[in-house]
Design a protein around this ligand. Structure first.
Ligand SMILES: NC(=O)c1ccc[n+]([C@@H]2O[C@H](COP(=O)([O-])OP(=O)(O)OC[C@H]3O[C@@H](n4cnc5c(N)ncnc54)[C@H](O)[C@@H]3O)[C@@H](O)[C@H]2O)c1
Length: 266
């Protein structure tokens, strides 16, 4: 049993690259964490390392997400934060080849799962009466057309969910925010780019800061958003992409536009 001041967080996708880093970050910041994933072994190892507990949940099933929140309240008396992080990249390829089944499955995993997390965490936080932080892992795919069609559409949907829920829940002192990773070195990107070494090279070459974004870089933003330091921040989506998206403006930026430079140097 926990002391009543001990903050409690639920993290989904806790066995994955970014999820593991988020669990470690929140545990280091003093949260007791309920780490959830479909992959019990890796999540249980993490819990053995940082404390808290493991509970299995398929995030596409509303009752299983609700059960994570219920466990937090039953076991520890409260819930202060939830990080809806679990996702899969889904089907790639031309939109003309995407089946309705592929589409629905990805929207279920990426978007609907977060709705369940927001809904049930918000209910418990409202009942608890001390506010809270509802967080989700979004993506640069929620800002630009990077990735598979269903994934892009579902990640864009998260931006709307964050804004709508932030607006709705502010009166309860519940903050709703996201972190949008750029390409980050995790099993997801290693699989995408053909192993760790290849992924490191691709990631560094796409990041204007010339670096590989590690899961800890993403977790640091979650640590901030879950903390009192972010008590005035809601409805936001912090982009952690080593400059990837802003690099696109370079081609139309006046400072580097050859026509502009030629005209002004005359
Ligand atoms: N790695 C990147 O470059 C990157 C970039 C942008 C956004 N993201 C996002 O970051 C989050 C974490 O991704 P990651 O890179 O750590 O991937 P990952 O594959 O390492 O981890 C994802 C975890 O989610 C779990 N999961 C998948 N489907 C599930 C389900 N239905 N129910 C419960 N758990 C499920 C998996 O078991 C896995 O442990 C995802 O939301 C992803 O979309 C990742």
């Amino acid at each position: 049993m926990n002391t009543s001041e001990q903050r409690v967080a639920v993290v989904t996708g806790a066995a994955g690259g970014i999820g593991r880093a988020i669990v470690r970050r929140l545990a280091a910041d003093g949260f007791t964490v309920i780490a959830s994933d479909l992959r019990e072994g890796a999540a249980q190892d993490l819990v053995d390392e940082v404390g808290g507990l493991y509970q299995a949940a398929d995030v596409t099933v509303e009752d299983q997400v609700a059960a994570l929140v219920e466990r937090a309240v039953k076991e520890f008396g409260r819930i202060d934060a939830i990080v809806n992080n679990a996702a899969q990249a889904g089907a790639l390829g031309p939109i003309t080849d995407i089946t309705a089944e592929d589409w629905k499955r990805t929207v279920d995993i990426v978007l609907n799962s977060c709705f369940y997390g927001v809904k049930h965490a918000a209910r418990a936080m409202i009942a608890g009466g001390h506010g809270g932080a509802i967080l989700m892992t979004t993506s640069i795919s929620g800002q630009r057309a990077v990735g598979g069609h269903p994934y892009i559409a579902a990640k864009h949907g998260l931006t709307g969910l964050i804004r709508a829920a932030a607006n709705d829940l502010a009166m309860h002192k519940i903050r709703v925010n996201g972190v949008a990773p750029g390409y980050t070195l995790t099993p997801m990107t290693q699989q995408m780019f053909g192993g760790e070494e290849a992924a490191r090279q691709v990631l560094a070459s796409r990041a204007p800061l010339g670096m590989v974004i590690e899961p800890d870089d993403i977790a640091a933003a979650f640590g901030y958003l879950a903390s009192e330091g972010a008590r005035a921040v809601t409805g936001q989506n912090i982009i952690v992409d080593a400059g990837f998206m802003e690099a696109q403006s370079r081609s139309i930026s006046f400072q580097r536009d050859p026509d502009y430079l030629a005209a002004t140097s005359k």
